[in-house]
Design a protein around this ligand. Structure first.
Ligand SMILES: Nc1ncnc2c1ncn2[C@@H]1O[C@H](COP(=O)(O)OP(=O)(O)OP(=O)(O)O)[C@@H](O)[C@H]1O
Length: 291
């Protein structure tokens, strides 16, 4: 299936006078797993919440599953989505099992067998009151409540932030199992770059309200490079985007995205062997983006 599940065009969002999303333009196809990286305050939560209609856009358009949903999600679309918010919305007075039972009542296709298995694997006490859970345990319940109906689109806002390393591994494995068949579309934000490398097949780097890098995982290291070259007249930049630049003696050092073989040819013609092209890890790319 080649359906476009998320279609965001020229999305802008401002709080008072602060522009938080500035012309976001991205499309996601059925089955893609996207890792969203950005510093604190970059706009990851705002992007997810605006996309899902929890917070109105200032301008632009969001379509989910081909429907115009910028303002409010319709019930049929809601049923196709699972969302793990950054701050959970659990009901403190209920037990874990009671809460999950309540959530299950909204979904005819709720997979209680999977939930029971994960409650066991993730060592979650079903009879314990939610108010008595640790933050990590709450996060696990929040994740379970979002995946029990096998959503076609799963949106997770820092789902592992409070999980211990073992729980994080277990959760990532579950996510791989969920997304593995290419049947689910997943968008997740995180500060753990290695998790993105491990499970995402596409990465978005957000900065200053813009998605500055949007590349397939296996492309990103080819299209985002660090160039070392002597001072002097530059070849045409075309669609190259400079993430960061500095001067090192008589050399310029530029980190760029959008690099392709045509650029390489042009820059080689211009600088010959004096051009050094350095490949970067995803973490290096993230750090370059932030100077
Ligand atoms: N309801 C709001 N009212 C005013 N400003 C807001 C509101 N929500 C978010 N912001 C501002 O928007 C910016 C982006 O916040 P957002 O929560 O989207 O960032 P984030 O990338 O998810 O950060 P983090 O990694 O810390 O979770 C911040 O400057 C924040 O102060």
């Amino acid at each position: 299936m080649n359906e476009t599940v998320i279609d965001i065009r020229q999305l802008n969002k401002a709080f008072d006078k602060q522009t938080v999303l500035n012309g976001i333009d991205v499309q996601v196809k059925h089955g893609e797993v996207i890792g969203l990286l950005g510093l604190n305050g970059a706009g990851k939560t705002t992007l997810m919440e605006t996309m899902l209609g929890f917070s109105p856009a200032s301008s632009g358009q969001v379509r989910l599953f081909g429907r115009d949903e910028a303002v409010q999600l319709s019930e049929p679309v809601k049923k196709r989505i699972g969302f793990v918010p950054q701050t959970d919305e659990l009901m403190d007075t209920m037990s874990v099992a009671g809460y999950l039972k309540l959530i299950s009542s909204f979904y005819p296709n709720w997979d209680q067998a999977m939930i029971d298995r994960l409650l066991d694997e993730w060592v979650l006490p079903g009879d314990k009151k939610i108010s008595k859970l640790s933050i990590g345990q709450r996060q696990k319940v929040s994740i379970l409540s979002a995946i029990g109906h096998h959503p076609e689109l799963l949106v997770l806002d820092e789902p592992v932030a409070s999980l211990d390393p073992k729980a994080r591994r277990q959760f990532l494995q579950t996510l791989i199992d969920i997304a593995g068949g290419g049947e689910k579309t997943v968008l997740f934000s995180t500060h753990i770059v290695s998790d993105v490398e491990r499970i995402a097949d596409r990465v978005w780097l957000i900065k200053d309200g813009k998605i500055l890098v949007d590349a397939a995982m296996d492309e990103i290291k080819d299209t985002t490079v660090r160039l070392h070259f002597p001072n002097g007249e530059l070849p045409e930049l075309g669609e190259l985007h400079v993430l960061h630049q500095r001067q090192a003696g008589s050399q310029k050092v530029w980190s760029v995205t959008g690099w392709n073989p045509m650029h390489e040819q042009r820059w080689r013609q211009r600088f010959g062997d004096a051009l050094n092209i350095e490949r970067l890890s995803l973490e290096d790319i993230f750090l370059e983006l932030h100077g």
